[in-house]
Design a protein. Structure first.
Length: 325
């Protein structure tokens, strides 16, 4: 695996014993091009799979300058900044042999912007833990949440597009035994804390901060809420589904690729706090239905986002490209 210094994916690969090559973050573009080409030659790399526009550009230029002949695949998770759409088109139409999108939404969105579709969709795999195998965080001991509280939760970065303030606004209109657990950090944390104080629900809002035990927080929730203004294919919804946790999500981006409304979870119009409150109440007042939605979500995750399917589809693509060289 080739990556920039301190890239989390590179760190994890190294920890699991995979060979890794680090390109220092300060390396300029020509230096990166030479480094990637050298690694491909020295290690007889069959296929390069870039996971960013920059790495696609680096590897693509190495091929353009005939420093390597290795097939190039680019995986697009999402082009988060819409101002990069034109740049993305320039890079993706010129350099990779194939483009993988991890959501239909992002592929279709860019096709609409560009006037033509490129690439294919391969959903990233999600591990399905054995039911009951994940020990929940003791929210009472760790955060002072009453043992008999009903806990709704948010997991993710605390940034404006996540609209976590909508969950706080909804909490104001929910019974006193309902608490909100926010797992994650980000630039909006101070404003969200102030909002909870202003609305008089500070006591019932837990700011758990960043955690590497998200799964343990998820299994302690009555329902997961994702009130985002914008999403591609939310990792949090896939993780919750794998654990059979009921979910309520704003109807944005690729959310419906994961959540089938009223079958594997609930969706509502983004920004509509009234609808969010109704959805939360319906989940909390009918635990049997909520549990059934969670179980159905797990089945959908296993079907569409299973690790075996992901590996098989990816390996088939890589084998085809390697064989064509």
């Amino acid at each position: 695996m080739i990556g920039a210094f301190h890239t989390p994916m590179l760190e994890e690969a190294a920890a699991r014993g995979y060979p890794t090559v680090r390109i220092p973050g300060g390396v300029n573009l020509p230096g990166g091009v030479r480094a990637v080409a050298r690694v491909c030659r020295e290690h007889a790399i069959d296929v390069v799979n870039a996971h960013s526009l920059r790495m696609t550009l680096v590897a693509g230029l190495a091929r353009s300058f005939r420093l390597m002949q290795t097939p190039l695949v680019t995986t697009i998770h999402n082009v988060a900044d819409r101002r990069n759409d034109r740049r993305a088109r320039t890079v993706l139409e010129r350099f990779p042999d194939e483009v993988i999108f991890i959501s239909r939404y992002e592929r279709d969105r860019l096709a609409e912007v560009w006037g033509r579709a490129v690439g294919l969709v391969i959903y990233s795999g999600v591990e399905l833990p054995r039911p009951g195998a994940t020990e929940p965080i003791d929210l009472e001991a760790k955060h002072g949440v009453p043992r008999d509280a009903r806990v709704i939760g948010f997991v993710g970065r605390l940034s404006p597009e996540k609209a976590v303030g909508d969950a706080i606004a909804a909490l104001v209109r929910l019974p006193e035994d309902v608490w909100l657990c926010i797992v994650g950090d980000g630039p909006e944390e101070g404003a969200l804390r102030a909002e909870a104080r202003r609305k008089g629900v500070e006591r019932r809002v837990v700011f758990a901060g960043f955690s590497r035990e998200v799964d343990r927080y998820l299994v302690g929730l009555s329902v997961l809420v994702l009130p985002s203004r914008r999403e591609a294919l939310p990792v949090t919804l896939r993780e919750a589904g794998a654990l059979a946790i009921p979910v309520i999500a704003a109807d944005v981006g690729g959310v419906r690729e994961i959540v089938v409304p009223r079958e594997t979870g609930l969706v509502y119009p983004t920004g509509d706090v009234d609808a969010l409150v109704r959805a939360i109440r319906s989940m909390l007042e009918d635990p049997s239905r909520a549990a059934a939605l969670g179980c159905a979500a797990r089945e959908r995750i296993a079907q569409l986002f299973g690790v075996r399917r992901w590996v098989d589809e990816t390996e088939a693509l890589f084998a085809r490209l390697a064989k064509s060289e």
